[in-house]
Design a protein around this ligand. Structure first.
Ligand SMILES: *[C@@H]1O[C@H](CO)[C@@H](O)[C@H](O)[C@H]1NC(C)=O
Ligand SMILES: *[C@@H]1O[C@H](CO)[C@@H](O)[C@H](O)[C@H]1NC(C)=O
Ligand SMILES: *[C@@H]1O[C@H](CO)[C@@H](O)[C@H](O)[C@H]1NC(C)=O
Length: 224
């Protein structure tokens, strides 16, 4: 006997709710809802924009920092190179170039006038041989197997000064190297197994190019 009563009550309350309480409440919800939603939406949009800006800002700064660090590392490499001309640590010469003392040397087997051999070394990103001292001279001369072979080096007679000048701009210290032959206009210097000789720059000789040593560290840097 209880069931019908409950059933009836529920019916009433449902009807009453639909008719009396929900119609006034619905418009209220409709009115209150949109401002809230709009605000939430605005907040959301602002959040998304902020997030996007942050992401863009971060990625830009990451790119910037990366560029900066690569610039820095290439500068480090250049500094290393400068250091290695004074005191090389780990070295590797290009193929066909010989490691002699602390330089990579290329002994040519063709004949050219001095100015052309000078130009050729430049095209190989190197320069005609400079000889630092007697010790280096001996090391290099020992690699020349026949006395009759003549190799141009980076030393010629320059006119206004009337002096022997290395192609790096320094004048020859005559205590260091003794040159046989005339010191006169249009004279350039070649070495043989035993001698250092002055000769007309137009004569065709073989020649020796030298390269600055590259530290192996370069490769480690570029890999990271
Ligand atoms: C070298 O000198 C010769 C004769 O003066 C000239 O013909 C030639 O062009 C010069 N070579 C270079 C690379 O300057
Ligand atoms: C130029 O080379 C010569 C011979 O190797 C050397 O004695 C001199 O110090 C060098 N000069 C410069 C400015 O590097
Ligand atoms: C000697 O070498 C310098 C470059 O170091 C060059 O300007 C000059 O013309 C050369 N002299 C001769 C006679 O080739």
């Amino acid at each position: 006997m209880d069931k019908p009563v409950i059933y009836a009550d529920l019916n009433i309350s449902r009807n009453a709710g639909l008719e009396s309480s929900s119609p006034p409440s619905l418009p209220q919800n409709v009115c209150q809802g949109p401002p809230w939603h709009k605000f939430a939406l605005k907040l959301c949009c602002a959040g998304i924009i902020l997030l996007a800006l942050t992401v863009i800002g971060l990625s830009v700064s990451v790119i910037f920092l990366r560029q900066k660090s690569t610039e820095k590392s290439s500068m480090d490499v250049q500094e290393n190179r400068k250091e290695t001309t004074e005191r090389p640590v780990l070295l590797k010469c290009p193929t066909n170039w010989q490691l002699i003392g602390d330089k990579c040397l290329l002994f040519y087997d063709t004949y050219k006038p001095w100015n052309d051999s000078l130009a050729d070394c430049f095209t190989k990103e190197s320069r005609l041989l400079l000889i630092q001292d007697q010790e280096e001279l001996s090391l290099i001369q020992n690699r020349i197997d026949k006395e009759a072979i003549m190799f141009w080096i980076g030393l010629n007679f320059t006119l206004p000064e009337k002096n022997w000048k290395w192609i790096n701009g320094s004048f020859l210290n005559s205590n260091m190297l003794q040159i046989t032959g005339d010191a006169k206009e249009n004279s350039c210097v070649y070495i043989t197994r035993t001698k250092i000789t002055s000769e007309d720059c137009a004569t065709e000789n073989k020649w020796i190019c030298q390269k600055e040593l590259k530290p192996v560290k370069n490769k480690v840097c570029s890999a990271t």
